[in-house]
Design a protein around this ligand. Sequence first.
Ligand SMILES: [Zn+2]
Length: 467
Amino acid sequence: MTVYRGHVVHIAGAPQLPDADAALVSERDGALAVDAEGRIAYSGPWSGMPASLAADEVVHTDAYLLPGFVDTHVHYPQTFTTDAYGGGELLEWLEHCVFPAESRLADPAFADVVAREFVRRRVSAGTTAALVFGSAFPEAQDAMFSRTLDAGLRVVSGRGIQTVGPDSAAALLTSEDAAIGLAADEIQRWHGADAAGPASDPRRALAQVALVPRFSLSVTRETLGRLGDLYADVRGRGVYFHSHLNENDRPGDGEIAAVRALYDVDAYLDTYDGRCLPGSAASGESLLGRRSILAHAVHGTDRELHRLAETGSSIAHCPTSQLFLGSGTMPWRRTAASGVTIAMGTDVGAGDEWLIPRVLNDAYKVHMSEEGEAAVALGPAQLLFLGTLAGARALDQEDAFGNLDAGKDADFVIIDPAAQPGFAVSLEAAGAGGIRSELFTLLMGMREQAITGVFVRGRRVAAPDPA
Ligand SMILES: [Zn+2]
């Protein structure tokens, strides 16, 4: 048993977003006891720790102990593509910057360089769990899964599926048959790959797999139909579905207009919901469900939001990326009111920050800046909820991580204000106003350098050496 002594801060229990504030726990002289299996045996006041929990070691941190951050949308093959100038919005940026950059991962040696840096950035940012938009190339995916497991992080990922696209995407495209075959093969190779023993549950493994068509414009009705059939076969094993939705609404030739014109559907979401025939007529199996996460959902209709909520699907909210690509702002009040689970995504490389608190910082600002009565000041407990527990819920792994409740896996970060110049003084001043103002300053102001320890299942995560 190892006990970490410090300021324990988390969202306890399993609250809904509006109840996050009431669930905020702050123990200034707190203890987090981690057993030999990497589970949390106790979290709470240091003075209240049961004597029966004999500590082999006490780690005095003089720092904050928070749950690990959860990034529900990040692109591994775009690790080196942040701050790339595409001279336009989403579709221009994809064609001019992203497709050529992602094509470079066809070289396995370069892919391994990217995989190492990708894992390093995640460790630096304290992102213990991530839903990772993968590379088109199976060997690149192997490098990413291997490096991630070597480090000890959680990952859900799948190769980016594209069966149609512009010339600059040529290297990323496959035939319809290959798209399905490679996805099935990746599930076979990596879904639950680290799960121990024949009876172990892949849904609790560190490494899990998703079906990941880039978006409806990168595939066809045939691809979506066959992915639906495959998903019907594998969803019982906990395989995920992940893609983009309603990101760019430029009139005429933007993403949403193009999807609706190409498929002749009433709403973009219908293409993922087994309704991709003209008029949104039924075409096959739905890809929505408890392990389905759609990135962005900036411009959804009420019917789409209702359908996401009703199927238990989640939204990966990526305000940093939306600022970069001029995609607009997800309407906070309307989206939250639908009851859909909202979690946070960096969307690296359209997002240029790896640290989930930096994305929370942007979320606070963009929703504060919504028009008129739509404007909202997200509270500090809600921000913490969005960056931790909501992410675990979106990944349907809330029973395993997302907060520091006893019985969960010990996925946590040590945040030491002394490691970031000036930060301790800021936090001390904010703390005079109570834990909420202190937590707000912590989340809005922290940078990677303040993260001095990252743990998954109680084990300190080790970043690979730089390439
Ligand atoms: Zn994305």
